[in-house]
Design a protein around this ligand. Structure first.
Ligand code: GDP
Ligand code: MG
Length: 369
């Protein structure tokens, strides 16, 4: 790819074009006034004059702009819930209990694959999607990448322990993100459990649960034995109702990458969360700097799906690489479109690494002179 000409660069930096030509010459690049410069030369020359060049792709950003959905196209969608809390306070036990009692309902056999997200169907038919991130590092990483995907956070606190540093951090994250939280006071089956002490510690940090006159929902549970977990889920649904979560199932899918890996037999395996629209087998997908045609789509039981609507997590096969957790994905009408942008993103990334490399070279060059 070639960018602006020697003359254009000179006028941008407010120097004489002959100066640019002579710098190019000293770098071993013979150029004329109207010659376009390649990325690495451009970076080097600009650097010589004390300028930094940032590559932008205006067309790309325009192309990726979100289209607003008309209000009449919106339909209710399931809440997306993340479980957070201190280590050993019972996050995995809670997620496992919910998965066991709800996911398999009415289905026999199926081996549950551990994927980073799953959707459960409750008795009355309502659905909740759980993000099963390993600790809250993944959640934090996704937030750092600007991927705001959680609607509700369940903060699990062991009632036989205290509000621990990691719990405080989780609460702070939820508050900073403006995501409503529900407190699960866990392990109340233990004789040493003292949920009142936890409520008090929470109030001391300005988190007032409903029982204490505040507006944060909470529920005493035993994740190990499943006590009151259904009440907790009722509260999740109540919170979701208040949020009026909606999406338009009738459009090309967009969403976020949850995790991706390379599988020996199947190639790149990517877990996606559809946030708007409907994803279908055969769709052309762009995810971060990767692309591909959705060859197969599976739920967490490994069951083949043909399509997945809003709030549904799926594992797909068919991408040409592993995108990063938190990358956005979207569907394109033409494979060439998805590919063009993926290639361009790959290129920009390479140019960035060239820039870093060339900087070192330039310093070495300077030392030699
Ligand atoms: P995580 O680190 O937050 O994922 O915590 P785990 O779910 O792995 O639980 C840590 C330990 O606490 C395990 O030994 C669980 O069996 C135990 N545990 C979790 N929930 C309960 C509970 O409600 N009651 C009791 N008695 N033990 C629990
Ligand atoms: Mg765990």
């Amino acid at each position: 790819t070639e960018f602006i000409t020697v003359g254009e660069l000179a006028s941008l930096m407010n120097v004489n074009p002959t100066e640019v030509i002579s710098v190019c010459f000293s770098l071993g690049v013979m150029v004329t006034m109207n010659q376009r410069l390649e990325a690495d030369t451009l970076l080097l020359v600009a650097d010589e004059f004390g300028y930094k060049i940032e590559f932008q792709d205006a067309d790309l950003e325009e192309e990726l702009e979100e289209t607003e959905d008309a209000a009449e196209d919106l339909e209710p969608r399931a809440p997306i819930v993340t479980v957070m809390g201190h280590v050993d306070h019972g996050k995995t036990s809670l997620l496992d209990y919910i998965r066991k009692t709800n996911v398999i309902a009415g289905e026999s056999g199926g081996i549950t694959q551990h994927i980073g997200a799953y959707n459960v169907k409750l008795e009355k038919g309502q659905r909740i999607t759980f993000l099963d991130t390993p600790g809250h590092e993944a959640f934090t990483a996704m937030r750092a990448r600007g991927a705001q995907i959680t609607d509700i956070v369940i903060i699990v606190i062991a009632a036989d322990d205290d509000v621990m540093p990691q719990t405080k951090e989780a609460i702070a994250h939820a508050q900073a993100a403006g995501v409503p939280m529900i407190i699960a006071l866990n392990k109340v089956d233990k004789p040493t459990a003292n949920p009142d002490k936890i409520r008090e510690q929470l109030s001391a940090m300005n988190v007032l649960v409903e029982e204490w006159g505040g507006n944060v929902q909470s529920q005493e549970i035993s994740a190990k034995f499943g006590n009151n977990v259904d009440q907790l889920l009722e509260k999740v649904l109540l919170q979701a109702e208040m949020l009026e979560l909606k999406a338009n199932p009738d459009r090309d899918a967009v969403g976020t990458v949850i995790e991706a890996s390379l599988d020996k037999g199947r190639g790149y395996v990517t877990t996606l969360l559809v946030q708007n629209g409907t994803l279908r087998v055969g769709d052309y997908l762009l995810a971060g700097k990767n692309h591909g045609k959705v060859k197969a789509m599976l739920d967490e039981r490994g069951k083949n799906l043909k399509e997945a609507g809003p709030s549904i997590p799926v594992t797909i096969l068919g991408l040409d690489g592993a995108p990063t957790a938190g990358d956005k994905f979207r569907v394109f009408g033409e494979e060439s479109e998805a590919k063009a942008i993926a290639v361009k993103r790959g290129q920009l990334q390479r140019e960035l690494s060239i820039r870093t490399k060339k900087h070192t070279t330039l310093e070495e060059l300077g030392r030699r002179i």
